[in-house]
Design a binder for this molecule. Structure first.
Ligand code: PMP
Length: 449
């Protein structure tokens, strides 16, 4: 590794950091993380902090899982790469698909299509949804409905169903035929409805209205996160996803559950849809599938969709995929990661530690007026919305957000900013004392603001 001076000087010079302004990154270079152990990261200056971000909502097993590391190393020795495009396969991919299908069998998942990440998985589900309807003789079903505040990655398909205009406006025109419903976000919504159950009903009605307006026979799928992550950890009422499922069924619309964050135990259940008692038609996954140790995603296909493809004629061929779909090293990481996830029963710890983190943050909300809304309570996804005026709900300015972030970091916890929200998704292996470190560090951050 080059010395620290070289790394600091070149941090954002050749490297354009995703989700950042290139010049701002040069002027205020991002933290350089050089090592990690358990749930703690160490930066180039030797400062250590509990990683309340879990890398990027992905390092579910923490940074030191030797079983996954060994599986990756061993696979590199055996077969570092071979394509899985029609005509060839590899043992690691076959084994990984078996493990993933078994993991999500209770969600009605029967087939697995590997990708290189979450955006790819979303794109894959969207394409398969359109092809599914064509195969069934309904080629007019091409449109997508999604939720405002939803995040579905940055490919053109995902950006088109994305519910945050920051990820859209510079890249327009996007895919035609994508329409958005209000988010199940009691703190701010166009109905001024603060009761989550009533809000769920209102959005369900808006969905019905949109279907009637567009024509059901033009809509391919609804894509939604079971708990909205990047949009600020927005937790819908327990009735919301079942309501959406029922409406989809009544109108022949597929339900794609975007489980890139919520899959693999983060919500306290193995999938977000299962958390709400819903079986989706397809699921987009990534992140926790390898705990971030290797870039892998998967589009998961339910029985109803699989049946239509497998009983079709030549039109059912899938002309979609990536060079690294079913990459053997990634696949080895998947199999090891799922077996470790089950062995450690990470969902149970996620539920317990998530409750602890949520309670800790709720205590802080009583102490600081700048906390407008606290969201979570379903596993290890916690959001804090900060305001400069509590009555007017004025979003906190970014300078103050950055000061809170930096103070919390110095006090021992790395958190993530998403606009004026603090977002937290620590490894699912986190311990009780480590959660306490996060709450204390946030306390220091809010005090500094
Ligand atoms: N969908 C959801 C719900 C996500 O949270 C993300 C990433 N945070 C994506 C899709 C895109 O995944 P990736 O960044 O791996 O492309």
């Amino acid at each position: 590794m080059k010395d620290a001076n070289f790394l600091k000087e070149n941090n954002a010079r050749q490297l354009w950091h995703p989700m950042g302004h290139p010049r701002e990154m040069q002027e205020q270079p991002p933290k350089i993380i050089t090592g990690a152990e358990g749930v703690k990261i160490t930066d180039i200056d030797g400062h250590t902090a509990v990683d309340a971000v879990g890398g990027l909502w992905c390092v579910n097993l923490g940074y030191s899982n030797q079983v996954v590391k060994d599986a990756i190393s061993a696979q590199l020795q055996d077969l570092p790469y071979y394509s899985a495009f029609a005509g060839s396969s590899n043992p690691a991919a076959i084994e990984a698909a078996y493990a993933v299908q078994e993991f999500f069998a209770e969600d009605g998942i029967e087939r697995v299509f590997f990708t290189s990440g979450g955006s790819d998985s979303v794109e894959t589900c969207m394409r398969l949804a359109r092809q599914y309807h064509r195969l069934r003789g309904e080629p007019t079903r091409t449109k997508f409905i999604s939720l405002k505040k939803g995040y579905h990655g940055t490919h053109f398909g995902g950006a088109s169903v994305n519910g945050n205009n920051r990820f859209r406006i510079n890249y327009e025109p996007l895919l035609p035929g994508c329409f958005h419903l209000p988010a199940p976000y009691p703190y701010r919504n166009p109905f001024n409805e603060t009761d989550p159950a009533k809000l769920a009903q209102l959005i369900a009605q808006a969905f019905e209205d949109e279907i009637a307006f567009q024509g059901a026979n033009t809509i391919a799928a609804l894509i939604m996160e079971p708990i909205l992550g990047a949009g600020g950890v927005i937790v819908p009422d327990a009735t919301f996803m079942p309501l959406m499922r029922e409406i989809c069924d009544r109108h022949g619309i597929l339900l794609i559950s975007d489980e890139v964050i919520t899959g693999f135990g983060r919500t306290g259940h193995w999938s977000g849809a299962r958390h709400w008692g819903v079986k989706p038609d397809m699921m987009s996954t990534a992140k926790g599938i390898t705990s971030g140790y290797f870039p892998v995603g998967a589009a998961l296909i339910g029985g109803k969709v699989a049946e239509v493809f497998e009983s079709s004629d030549a039109e059912g061929a899938i002309y979609h995929g990536y060079t690294y779909s079913a990459h053997p090293v990634g696949a080895a990481a998947v199999t090891a990661c799922l077996s470790e996830t089950l062995r450690l029963d990470t969902k149970t710890n996620a539920a317990a530690r998530g409750a602890q983190l949520f309670e800790g943050v709720q205590r802080l909300a009583k102490k600081y007026d700048i906390i407008g809304d606290v969201r979570g309570g379903h596993g290890l996804m916690t959001g804090i919305e900060l305001v400069s005026d509590k009555a007017a709900k004025t979003p906190m300015d970014m300078d103050t957000m950055k000061r809170i972030h930096q103070t919390a970091y110095e006090a021992g916890a790395m958190v993530r900013l998403g606009a004026h929200n603090i977002l937290m998704s620590p490894p699912l292996t986190i311990t009780e004392p480590e959660v306490n470190v996060i709450v204390k560090a946030l306390d220091a951050g809010f005090a500094a603001a």
